[in-house]
Design a protein around this ligand. Structure first.
Ligand code: SF4
Length: 283
C-alpha cells in the first residue's frame, strides 16, 4: 500500500479493516487515492485541520460500508426558502476562483461540524469518481433522498453548492446524470453558480437541461475579459449595460437591498432557476 499522506492513527485502522473485510484490492486502492486527493486539497484551506479530516473519513467510511443512513441534503438556510434542498462541498479547495469575501467560508471558520460534513461529501464524491461500483450507489442515494424529501416535505428545488464548486469535470458529469434522471419529476429543479466552468459549457447545459440552471459567477465580455459577478452599483451597472448591448437577458438580484426587502429567495423570486445572467450587488 502506498500513501503520500501521513495517515492518522484511526485512518490506518480503517484501511486495515477495508483490507480484510472488503477483500477487494481495487476498492482499497481507490479509497486511499481519494483520501490522498482530499487531504492534499484540504491543505489549501487554512481553516481545515487533521481532526476534521479524521472525522470526515470516519463518516465517509460508515456511509460506504452502509453502516449508517446519511443525510446529504439539508433544507433551506438563512437566505433560502425552506423548499430548497442544499448540497455542499468545501469552499476554497473546490473552487479555483476563491474570493476574499467568500461567505461560504464563514461557516467553515466557525463550525467544526460544517467542515466535517463538507469534507465528508468531497471524500465520498471523489471516491465515487475513482471507484465505479460506488458511483451508481452514491447517485442513487442522492436521487432517493431528493425524491423522498420532495414528496414528503413538498420540496421542489435543489441548490448545488451554497459552498464549493465543480472541482472536476467528472464531478459535473455526476450531477448532470442525476439531473437527467430527475427530469421526469417535473416539480424538481436544480440550480447552481460557478466560477469553474467556461461559458460554452454553461450555455450548453442551460440549453439542454430543462431542470438544471447554472448562473455565471464570472461574466465574460466579447473581448474575452472576465468580470467577477459581484460588486457595487456602478460596477454591476456597467456589466448590465454590456450584456444589454449584446442582447443578453439578465436579472439584477435585489435580495438584501433596501429595494428588495420583500424578496424571498426561491419564494417570490426564482430568477436563478431560469436565467444564466443574474447579477449580484454587494450588500
Ligand atoms: S435573483 Fe432571486 S433567486 Fe436569484 S439569488 Fe436573488 S433572490 Fe434568489
Amino acid at each position: 500500500m502506498t500513501c503520500t499522506i501521513d495517515m492518522p492513527l484511526n485512518i490506518s485502522s480503517i484501511l486495515k479493516d477495508l483490507g480484510t473485510t472488503a477483500g477487494h484490492a481495487r476498492f482499497q486502492k481507490a479509497f486511499i487515492k481519494s483520501l490522498n486527493n482530499v487531504y492534499n486539497l484540504m491543505a489549501k484551506n487554512q481553516y481545515y485541520n487533521i481532526d476534521d479530516f479524521n472525522g470526515a473519513v470516519l463518516q465517509a467510511y460508515d456511509v460506504i460500508r452502509g453502516y449508517k443512513f446519511n443525510e446529504f441534503l439539508k433544507a433551506g438556510n438563512l437566505k433560502l426558502a425552506p423548499n430548497v434542498l442544499i448540497f455542499d462541498m468545501p469552499s476554497i479547495i473546490t473552487c479555483k476562483g476563491a474570493c476574499a469575501h467568500c461567505y461560504a467560508l464563514k461557516a467553515e471558520r466557525i463550525y467544526k461540524n460544517t467542515r466535517i460534513m463538507r469534507l465528508k461529501n468531497l471524500i465520498l464524491i471523489d471516491f465515487a469518481l475513482n471507484y465505479k461500483p460506488f458511483y451508481k450507489i452514491l447517485q442513487n442515494r442522492l436521487i432517493n433522498e431528493i425524491k423522498l424529501k420532495s414528496n414528503y416535505f413538498k420540496l421542489s428545488v435543489v441548490r448545488l453548492h451554497s459552498s464549493g464548486d465543480f472541482y472536476k469535470q467528472q464531478y459535473l458529469q455526476f450531477w448532470l446524470e442525476i439531473a437527467k434522471k430527475l427530469e421526469k419529476i417535473e416539480n424538481i429543479k436544480l440550480y447552481t453558480y460557478t466560477k469553474q466552468l467556461d461559458n460554452n459549457t454553461i450555455d450548453f447545459i442551460n440549453d439542454n437541461f430543462k431542470n438544471f440552471n447554472i448562473v455565471k459567477s464570472v461574466i465574460e465580455a466579447p473581448s474575452g475579459k472576465k468580470y467577477i459577478n459581484f460588486g457595487n452599483n456602478g460596477y454591476i451597472g456597467n456589466i448590465a449595460k454590456m450584456l444589454k448591448k449584446q442582447g443578453i437577458t439578465y436579472h439584477i438580484c435585489n435580495y438584501g437591498l433596501k429595494s428588495g426587502h420583500e424578496t424571498k429567495c426561491m419564494g417570490n423570486c426564482t430568477a436563478c432557476l431560469n436565467c444564466s445572467h443574474v447579477l449580484f450587488h454587494q450588500h
